[in-house]
Design a protein around this ligand. Structure first.
Ligand SMILES: Cc1cc2nc3c(=O)[nH]c(=O)nc-3n(C[C@H](O)[C@H](O)[C@H](O)COP(=O)(O)OP(=O)(O)OC[C@H]3O[C@@H](n4cnc5c(N)ncnc54)[C@H](O)[C@@H]3O)c2cc1C
Length: 402
C-alpha cells in the first residue's frame, strides 16, 4: 500500500498536518495507537495562537460541549498578593476544553476533509531504501510512503527508532494534572500560582463548565530532578493554603492523576531526518517559559503540511520546513529562556509581576502576551510586525457573541 504522506500520531500536531494537506491531491494516511476520544495529560488551555490556528483549520470550536471561554486570569504572586489580568473582549483569547474532546474534534475534522484516519493502529518500525520509506504498522502491515510526519508526542517512537544518537531527556519540564469537581462558585476563574518552591514553574487551576476544573503544576526537571520529589509535590498540591483557600473545601478529585514530560528545546532538536519530519512535542516545540505546546503543535503540523505541498524533493521539503519552523519559533524560544532566568527567583518573579500589573494597560497586555496573542519575542523582531498586530482581534470573533 502506498501513500504520499503517512502521519504517525493524531494529537493536534498530526491532525493539523493532515487538515492542512487535505484537498491538495496528496494521499494522506493518519494513524494513532489510541482509539479516540483519548485522554492526554494536559492543562487543556488553548492560547490565542492555538485558537486562531484552530479557526484557520476550520474547527467549529463553539460546538464543543465542555468549552469554557476565559476572559481574565487571576495571578497569585510569590508573596501571596493576587491580581486580575483581563483579556480583551473582541474574540476569544483563551479557552479551556478537555483534550479528549478537542483532539477528537480535530480528528473528526480531518475525516470530514477526507483524510484516511485509522485509529487503534501502532507504528512499530521504519526502513528506508534510496527513494522510498517503509513503515511497519501493527494491525496494518507494511506501508510505503514518500514522507513521514512524526507527530507521536514527547516519547516519539519514530524518533527513537531512527537512533539519532540523542541523549537528552524527553522533557525540560515535568507536569502533573488532576481533574476536580465542586469548585466553589465565584472561584472557578483561571488561576495561576507562582509558588516560591515551584519557580520558574507554576501551579494552575483552569476552569471547566459545571464547577469542574483542570488543576496541575509544571516544574523544571533541572530543579526537581527526582521523580519522587515531583510525586511528593503532586500529593501535597491541594494542601497548599493558597490553592485550597481559592478552590474551596468541597472539591472532589475526578479520574486519574497523571504526569507527563514537556519537551521544550526547539533550538537544538533535530527537526527532520531523511523523509521524516518531526512536529509538535516530537519536535520539542513547546514554549519553555510556560509549557504551552498546543499552539506550537498546530503550527509545526501546518508548516510540515505546507512544506510537503510545495512539491519539492525530500531535501527541498525538509529544508523548507526547518527554515519556516526556525523563522516562527526560534527568537521566541530565546526570549523565553531569558525570561525564565528572571522568573526562577522569587524576587525576580515578584518584581516582574508587579511591573506587569502597574495599570490596566500593562495588565491587559501582559495577559495577551502570556496567552500567546503575539509571539514572545515580537517586540525584538520588527520584521514580524504587521498592521494591527498589537491590537488584533481574538479568534472566532465573527462567530461568537462573547
Ligand atoms: C501536564 C501538562 C499540562 C499541559 N498544559 C498545556 C496547556 O494548558 N496548554 C498548552 O498549549 N499545552 C499544554 N501542555 C503541552 C501539550 O500537552 C503538548 O505540547 C501537546 O499535546 C503536543 O501535541 P502533539 O500532537 O505533539 O502530541 P500529543 O498530543 O502527545 O499526541 C501524540 C499522539 O501520538 C500517538 N502515538 C504515540 N506513539 C504512537 C505509536 N507508536 N503509533 C501511533 N501513534 C502513536 C499518541 O497516542 C498521541 O495521540 C501540557 C503538557 C502537560 C504534560
Amino acid at each position: 500500500m502506498f501513500y504520499d504522506v503517512v502521519i504517525v500520531g493524531g494529537g493536534p500536531a498530526g491532525s493539523s498536518a493532515a487538515c492542512s494537506m487535505a484537498k491538495s491531491g496528496l494521499s494522506v494516511l493518519l494513524i494513532d495507537k489510541s482509539e479516540f476520544p483519548r485522554d492526554k495529560c494536559c492543562g487543556d488551555g488553548l492560547t490565542t495562537m492555538a485558537l486562531r490556528l484552530s479557526e484557520e483549520l476550520g474547527l467549529n470550536i463553539e460546538n464543543l460541549k465542555n468549552l469554557e471561554v476565559v476572559n481574565e486570569a487571576v495571578i497569585h504572586f510569590p508573596s501571596g498578593k493576587r491580581e486580575i489580568f483581563p483579556l480583551p473582549k473582541k474574540g476569544m483569547f483563551a479557552a479551556i476544553v478537555p483534550r479528549a474532546e478537542y483532539d477528537l474534534a480535530l480528528i473528526d475534522l480531518a475525516r470530514e476533509l477526507m483524510v484516511d484516519v485509522r485509529l487503534g493502529l501502532k507504528f512499530s518500525s521504519i526502513n528506508f531504501d534510496e527513494e522510498k520509506t517503509f513503515l511497519n504498522i501493527e494491525g496494518m502491515g507494511e506501508v510505503e510512503t514518500s514522507f513521514v510526519i512524526a507527530a507521536d508526542g514527547a516519547w516519539s517512537p519514530v524518533r527513537r527508532s531512527l537512533d539519532l544518537g540523542e541523549e537528552q531527556p524527553r522533557g525540560e519540564w515535568l507536569a502533573f494534572r488532576q481533574y476536580i469537581s465542586g469548585v466553589s462558585s465565584g472561584s472557578n476563574d483561571l488561576h495561576v500560582w507562582f509558588e516560591k518552591d515551584l519557580l520558574p514553574g507554576y501551579a494552575w487551576s483552569f476552569p471547566l463548565p459545571n464547577g469542574k476544573a483542570n488543576v496541575g503544576f509544571g516544574v523544571l526537571k533541572s530543579q526537581h530532578s527526582s521523580a519522587s520529589e515531583t510525586a511528593q509535590l503532586a500529593r501535597e498540591l491541594f494542601n497548599r493554603k493558597s490553592i485550597s483557600e481559592t478552590l474551596g473545601s468541597d472539591i472532589k478529585l475526578e479520574g486519574r492523576q497523571t504526569a507527563w514530560p514537556i519537551p521544550a528545546r526547539i533550538n537544538s532538536q533535530q527537526l527532520t531526518n531523511r523523509s521524516v519530519i518531526f512536529v509538535g512535542d516530537a519536535a520539542a516545540s513547546t514554549d519553555i517559559l510556560t509549557g504551552e505546546g498546543i499552539g506550537q503543535a498546530l503550527l509545526t503540523g501546518i508548516l510540515a503540511g505546507e512544506a510537503i505541498k510545495s512539491g519539492g524533493n525530500q531535501k527541498t521539503v525538509t529544508s523548507l520546513y526547518e527554515k519556516s519552523v526556525k523563522g516562527h519559533l526560534l527568537a521566541d524560544h530565546r526570549m523565553s529562556v531569558a525570561l525564565q532566568k528572571v522568573l526562577a527567583h522569587p524576587a525576580g518573579a515578584e518584581n516582574a509581576l508587579r511591573l506587569a500589573s502597574l495599570n490596566q494597560w500593562s495588565r491587559r497586555n501582559f495577559a495577551r502576551w502570556m496567552f500567546e496573542d503575539y509571539p514572545r519575542a515580537l517586540l525584538f523582531t520588527p520584521k514580524r510586525w504587521k498592521k494591527g498586530v498589537f491590537d488584533s482581534e481574538g479568534a472566532y470573533n465573527r462567530k461568537l457573541d462573547l
